[in-house]
Design a protein around this ligand. Sequence first.
Ligand code: GAL
Length: 966
Amino acid sequence: MSLRTTAADYVTDVSPGSGALPARTRYAVSDAMSRSLNGRWRFRLSPAADTEDESFAAPGFDAGEWAEIEVPGHWVLQGHGTPIYTNHLYPFPVDPPHVPTENPTGDHLHVFDLPSGWPEDGGAVLRFDGVESCARVWLNGTDIGEFKGSRLPHEFAVGHLLRPRGNVLAVRVHQWSAGSYLEDQDQWWLPGIFRDVTLLHRPPGCVADFFVHAAYDHLTGKGTLRVDSDVDGRVSVPALDIDVATGEPVTVPVTPWTAETPRLYDGVLATEGERVPLRIGFRTVTLADGLIKVNGRPILFKGVNRHEWHPERGRALDPDTMRADVLLMKRHNINAVRTSHYPPHPAFLDLCDEYGLWVIDECDLETHGFTEQNWRDNPVDDDRWTPALLDRAARMVERDKNHPSVVLWSLGNEAGTGRGLTAMAEWIHGRDPSRLVHYEGDANCRDTDVHSRMYAYHEEVERIGLGLDGGPQRRRELPFIQCEYAHAMGNGPGGLSEYQELFESHERLQGGFVWEWIDHGIKDERFGYAYGGDFGEELHDANFVCDGLLFPDRTPSPGLVEYAKVIEPVRIAGDPADGTVRVTNRHDFADLSALAFEWAYQADGETLATGTLPVPPSLSPGESAEVELPEPPGAVPAGAETHWIVRALLARDTAWAPRGHVVAWGQLRAGTRPVPAPVHPTTAPVRGPGTLTLGPAAFDARTGAPTSIGGVEVRDLRLDVWRAPTDNDNGAGWQREPRHGLLWRTLGLHRMHHRLDAVEVGADALTVRTRVAPAASDLGLRTVYRWTSDGTRLRLTVAVTPEGDWRLPLPRLGVRLGLPGPAHRVTWYGGGPGEAYPDTRAAALLARWESTVDALQTPYVRPQENGARADVRWAEIGGLRIEGDPAFCLTARRWTTEQLDAAAHLTDLVPGDTVWVNLDHAQMGIGTQSCGPGPLPAHHLHAEPAEFSFVFTQSTASVKSVRSTT
Ligand code: GAL
C-alpha cells in the first residue's frame, strides 16, 4: 500500500512555493494594459485544509450559494470566523512545519472577462500583492501554483490560459501554513487575499525587470543614472536632457533627493513593447566615518514603526489611508518609517518617495515564538528553510529596489540568529550594495551595517553615544539606531525629550523609531474598539496591540503631538532678557527658506501683540542665529506673567500641508512669574446647626468637608493619591524593575481609609486633621486641610506628611472633589491644549484654553489615567474658579477614578451626574515601561512632606480670548 499524500501537503512544505515567476520590480503603471481583479468575489470557508475537493476551481462550478466577500480583504473581518491577537506566541502547537488540522481555509472564486481591446499578442501575468498565509491558484481549471510569503508579491504567467470572457480564477487560501512559522509578528492573525489582484498584459518586447541606479556625488553636485534592464531599451529624463540606452551611465548636474527635499525626476524606460514611467531620485547612501550618510551627510532618524492598519479593513489598506498616514507623519515632523515588520503595500513606498520619508524596508520575517523553547528548531537556523528565507529577501529587494526612499533593508524582526539570516544578508549585500542592511537581532553586527537596539534605556543609549559600550570591535565602529523605542501604549510615551537630547548630542546616535504608528483596535460595536481576547481567543495579549501614536481611527494621540514637538526641525530657545531668541536649524539638509517666523507677546496667557520675525532663510543645517525680538508692547497689565512665543510656519503651501502650518515653536518667559494674590484670613468660621460657614463656603460641621463654595455644591473633597494605572504604570511582565502600577495596587492606594482626627474651629481658620492610609499597612499620609477666607475668597492649604517607610513613589498627590451641579465648560490658564504629565509635557503651551469636560478625555482604547492639563494657574469649571499656589494639574471627568480603573473598554464608561475634579499638586511621570524604561528618576513623585494651596471663588469673568490651537 502506498502512502497517500494529500493535496494539502504544500501547506506544510517549507519551500516558498511553486509556479510563480521570479521576483522583479513592481511599478504601478505602464502603457501595457492591465485589469484590476479587485471587487466582490464568491467565498466559502472550510474548517480544515485537508479537503481534496478541488471541484470549485473547474469552470462551470456553481457557486451561487456561496457568500460574497470583498477582495482585497480579510475574511475574519467580513463575518467569517474571528481574528486572533498574540504578541509572540504561536496560537497553535509549535511543531514546525506542521500546522493544526483546524486550519480555516477560504475558497475564493472570481469570474472575469478581459477588457475590450485586450491585445491578442504577448502574454499576461496574474499578480497577487499579498495573501495571508498560503494560497493555491487555478485559472480556468488549471492549477498554476501555490505560494507563501504573505506580504510579498507573487506573479504567474497566465497568457496561455486566458479567454476573452468568463475566466474563472479560483484561489484557495489557508490561514495556517509552514509560512506562519515565519510570520509571527506582533499583530492580529488575519487571513485572506488582503492586497490587490491584477492581471497585466505583457506585450512582446515588454520590460521584464529593471534596476534604476541613481547616485548623487555631493562633491560635484552631479548625479549618475544607469538603468539596467533585462530587455534593452532607452531611458529618457526630459528635465535633465537625458536620453541614453539602458545599461549606459550618464552623469549630469541634478538636485538630489532627500527626505527633506524629495526631488523626483520623471523619466521613461522604453523598450520595444512597453513604456514604463520612472520616478527617479538621485541619492547615495554610505556607511562612512562610522555613520549612515546620505549624499555625504549624516542623517538623524525621527522615525516611527508602521504596521499597516485600518480599524475596519485590517491590513487591506486603500490608497487614501496610505496617503493619510504619510500626510500625518509629515505634519508631525516625522522623517522616517520602518515598515515593521514586512514590506508595506507598494503604493506606500511611492508616497514615501513623493513626500519624502527615509524608509527601512523590512522583510516579512519573524519567528519570535521560538523564544519559548529557547530558539530550538528556529527556522532561520535550519538549512531546509533557507530557500524560503532567500525567496522572501529577493521578493522584497526586487520589488522595492527602485524606490529612492528606501535607504536600508531589514532582514526581519525578532527571529533570533542563524545561518539563514546570514544567507539573506549576503544575498542582499550582493544584489544591492547601494544600501545598508539592518537586523536588530544581529547583536554582534556580523551581517549588518548598523548597531540597532530596541527599548534601550536612556542611560545605555548615552553610553553608546559616548562610545563606552563594549562588544565586538565591528559593532563599536558602527552607527547606532533604536529601531524601536518609546512604546506608545496607552498614556505616553514619557521620556521622549530626554531621548531626543541624547540623539542630538552624540553623532553616533542616529535617532530612532517610536513603537508604533497606530493602535490596531478593531472597530466593534460591543467595545468601541476590540483588542486581544475580545474574540474569545484561547491565547492572547490583550491591549498590547493598541500601542500607537494614532488612535485606531487615526486621530493623533497626545503622544504624537508630543513627538512632533520633541523632534521639530527648528529649535527656538534662549533667554529673551537680552532681547534675542536663538533659532537653530535642526534639519539635515534644508535651510530655512521654506519657513516664515512669527512672534506673539502674551500676558497672563492672552496675546497682546503679534508680528513677523526676520530669521535668515539661508541658515544652514546645524547653524543657529540670534534673532532680535521687537520691543515688548506697552500696556502690559501690572504684575502679569509675560511670554514670547515664536513660531516657525510653512511659508508656502507644500504637498503635505498648507501655508501657515506650524512646524516648530518656542515659548520663552519674558517676566517672572507673579505669586497669586494672598487671601488674608479676615473671616472666622461660624457654627450653625450641623454646618460651619467660612466666607463663601459651607462645611459639614462633623467632618469639616465643604458642601458648597460660592453657592456651588461640592462633595467628597479629600486627598487623592490614586490614578487609574496606565499601561506604562502596569509595565510589561518581563520588566526587571519594579512595576509601580502593580505595587500601588498591592499596597492598596486605590482603597485608602481617611481617618478623621480633628475638626478645629479657630479664630481665623477651619482646620481638619486626618490620616490617609491603606488597610493592612502602617504606611500613611498625615493630612491637614486648613481653610481660611477673606470673606469672598476661600483658601485651602493641604499639608501632607508621610508616615512609615515609603519605598515607592505615589501615583498622584492632590485633592479631588465632586461637582454634582451642571459642569460642562472648562476654561483654564495653563498648559494646553492637550494633556501633559511630568515627562510628556513638551507640547503643552501656556495660554488660556477652553474645552468641555467631555473633550478633556483622551480616549485610550483601554481606559486609564488621562487628560491632565499641567501647569494650571487657574481654572474655571461648574461655577467655581480655582487658583493654584503653586500651579496645579487639572483633570475633570464624568466618572470616578475607580470607574475609570475598572473599565476595560471605552464603552464601559458611563457618565454619572457628578463631575469629578482632581486638583493635583503633582503626578508621577509616565515613562514607557509597557516596553522599556519607567519614568526617569527626575519624574518620580516621592512620598515626602508637601504643602500646596488652592484659592476658590465663584467664577466671574468669562474668558476674553481663548486660543484653541497652537
Ligand atoms: C518588540 C517587537 C514589536 C512589538 C514591540 C512591543 O519587541 O519587535 O513587534 O512587539 O516589541 O509592542
